[in-house]
Design a protein around this ligand. Structure first.
Ligand SMILES: [Zn+2]
Length: 138
């Protein structure tokens, strides 16, 4: 896939993310309250999710991880600021992966009385929320 393709996948993923945002935010909030029994505030970081998505780059050839069959081990990864995405994805997979990675590190439990005000959540929790969203392939 070319950089041009990544650019249009980003635009499409961003549009889907923005359209779905009210649902994304409600689902994260509900799940934090139900699954984690959290009673406080939940911060869902839309600005960070959008910035991450727009910062996505292809994973460098030397950083690709493949299994014994030569299949890539993951489609994408994020460190909370950047997204690295596999080059050899179908266009729809690319869009789904961008949304998936953008939704990592975007939900925080707000604890105003503690030294660390916002606590991030596990990727298992984030995945359980993503499974409930009406988006295919994320
Ligand atoms: Zn994930």
């Amino acid at each position: 896939m070319s950089r041009l393709t990544l650019k249009s996948a980003k635009a499409e993923a961003l549009e889907q993310l923005q359209t779905l945002w009210p649902c994304i935010e409600t689902t994260f909030r509900d799940m934090a309250h139900k699954q984690l029994a959290w009673r406080g505030d939940v911060h869902v970081d839309r600005t960070g999710a959008e910035a991450r998505l727009l910062n996505a780059v292809f994973v460098a050839e030397e950083d690709r991880e493949v299994d014994e069959d030569g299949e890539v081990s993951y489609y994408g990864m994020t460190d909370g600021d950047m997204i690295w995405i596999e080059r050899d994805l179908h266009y729809e997979q690319m869009i789904g992966t961008l949304i998936h990675e953008a939704l990592h590190d975007c939900v925080f439990l707000v604890r105003p009385t503690r030294a660390v005000v916002r606590r991030g959540l596990s990727c298992e929790f984030e995945h359980s929320v993503m499974e409930r969203l009406p988006v295919l392939g994320i």
